[in-house]
Design a protein around this ligand. Structure first.
Ligand SMILES: Nc1ncnc2c1ncn2[C@@H]1O[C@H](COP(=O)(O)OP(=O)(O)OP(=O)(O)O)[C@@H](O)[C@H]1O
Ligand SMILES: [Mg+2]
Length: 476
């Protein structure tokens, strides 16, 4: 993989570079043979005139960057980051010396890192992506870049030069995937080579300039022990969830945006016994399972000609022909809910999914709406009946005001009474206060009721100590 496309997308690089050989971040799929017109991001486009108006350090950076790009070997392998760094470093030092630039050490280093990020990384946000404490990066136009760190949102001092600069970075993310983001297709979902989820949307749809949202793929997957340590669940609740997954409860993780649904789904999936065949179906592959017998399916968006889309729904239907022991659907957000409910009701119990909803009650209403989206014109009572017999447990997750994520309800769906779905809380998070640092205090409390489906746990031969359902309360 050559440096070429990288160089082309950096201002000043296009003229000097020979035709592209290949592109893309380290493990990204190979680029399509024919690139869409205009896939090469435009050059800075402001030329010498506006550069003259920039302040001194920016002008110097521009000069050094332009020279570097012209003098770098375009055949250099961008995947070999160590080598690229070494080569760029040597050239950078040489150029600075030839330009007669005497910079303080820290400024020299900052400029080096920033130029390197433009060449082999994602420009100004590369440092944020490299920071392990950052879990999400949000670019709201060129001059406002927010991050989420330890659950809290903060504005950074990172700036892009202008809208074009942000667009170039979007281009860099998506062009190796054969996608595009322009006037005719102004929003796009993509993934970085490391699995991080990216959404980009540009004007005229995004009014404040090109907007990028990156959910970083966690370097270390979370285990139930981590959730217990963070106070997201209590040890007893963890024990119950383990038993529920092992004894094939159909479980829906419900929660708001960024509340930790996918993370919890991963933790729940880790309880699936090793000897079962698991099929995961996702829009963006975020599952991190450890089991050997695991088949991963990922939906596909339509290509540039609008063809070739394969939806989550298509994939869920296909899983039924793949002899699954467990179907794990990353998120139900459309008609696939009907297929999932039907699968759950026809012998594929032990399935897991997530739904975007704020309470367990909302979750069942949301499922009703999603099932209706399948367009089968089923009467509401029939839909409710299907849902109430399919779903056994709703685990409600919430992003709390202090940025922590907690399971707030574990609710059993017990069936129907008349036209109503009967639900029973088994565990609740009870907030007792807020400490001086704004941290939420409280504990997970069993309601004292045993699940109606306790027989499943007993049949699976799992012994749960009585304390799990109320023989003691753990405080955090
Ligand atoms: N229990 C937890 N404690 C602390 N941080 C968590 C916890 N669960 C998830 N997170 C962090 O919260 C962020 C969002 O998590 P996740 O992707 O699981 O949320 P989500 O509900 O699936 O989001 P979305 O609605 O966007 O799909 C991630 O950075 C993740 O590492
Ligand atoms: Mg998610």
């Amino acid at each position: 993989m050559s440096l070429l496309r990288r160089l082309e997308s950096i201002p000043g690089g296009a003229e000097s570079a020979p035709p592209p050989a290949s592109s893309g971040p380290p493990s990204a799929p190979p680029p399509p043979a024919a690139q869409p017109p205009g896939h090469v991001a435009p050059a800075r486009g402001d030329g010498a005139a506006s550069r003259a108006s920039r302040d001194q350090p920016k002008e110097m950076k521009g000069t050094v960057e332009d020279r570097l790009i012209k003098e770098l070997d375009p055949k250099l392998n961008v995947n070999d980051r160590v080598k690229v760094r070494e080569v760029v470093r040597k050239l950078y030092d040489k150029i600075l010396e030839e330009e007669g630039q005497l910079l303080p050490r820290t400024e020299r280093e900052t400029m080096f890192e920033s130029i390197l990020a433009e060449i082999i990384g994602l420009g100004p946000i590369q440092a944020l992506l490299d920071d392990d404490a950052v879990s999400e990066v949000m670019v709201n136009g060129p001059h406002k870049v927010f991050v989420e760190k330890r659950g809290r949102l903060t504005l950074t001092d990172v700036r892009f030069e202008d809208n074009e600069h942000v667009k170039r970075i979007i281009e860099r993310i998506i062009s190796p995937l054969g996608r595009r983001c322009d006037e005719s297709s102004p929003l796009v979902d993509a993934r970085l080579a490391d699995g991080s989820r990216v959404n980009a949307i540009i004007p005229p749809l995004a009014l404040d300039g090109p907007t990028i949202t990156i959910r970083k793929f966690p370097k270390n997957r979370m285990y139930i022990e981590d959730l217990i340590k963070f106070g997201s669940v209590s040890p007893e609740l963890g024990e119950f969830l383990r038993a529920a997954v092992m004894s094939r409860f159909n479980i829906v993780v419900s929660g708001g945006t960024g509340s930790g649904k996918t993370t919890l789904l991963n933790v729940l999936s880790s309880f699936i016994p090793e000897d079962e065949r698991i099929i995961t179906v996702e829009d963006a592959a975020e599952s991190q399972l450890l089991q050997e017998h695991w088949v991963r399916l990922e939906s596909r968006k339509a290509n540039i000609e609008g063809k070739g889309a394969v939806t989550i729904r298509d994939l869920v239907m296909n899983t039924l022909r793949m002899r699954p022991d467990r179907i794990v659907i990353g998120e139900c957000r459309g008609g696939e809910a009907l297929d999932m409910i039907q699968a759950m009701n026809t012998g594929h119990d032990g399935s897991l999914t997530t739904v975007h909803a704020n309470t367990p009650k909302d979750c069942t209403s949301r499922l009703e709406v999603l099932v209706m989206m399948a367009g089968m014109d089923l009467p509401l009572t029939a839909i409710r009946r299907q849902i109430s017999s399919a779903v056994n447990l709703i685990v409600q997750q919430e992003r709390m005001r202090d940025g922590s994520r907690k399971v707030t309800h574990v609710t059993e769906v017990q069936g129907m009474e008349g036209d109503t779905v009967v639900m029973q809380d088994l565990f609740l998070f009870e907030q007792t206060g807020i400490d001086e640092n704004g941290k939420i205090l409280g504990h997970h409390k069993p309601t004292g009721l045993r699940p109606k489906q306790m027989w499943r746990i007993q049949e699976a031969g799992i012994q749960l100590p009585p304390s799990v359902f109320g023989g003691g309360v753990k405080t955090f």
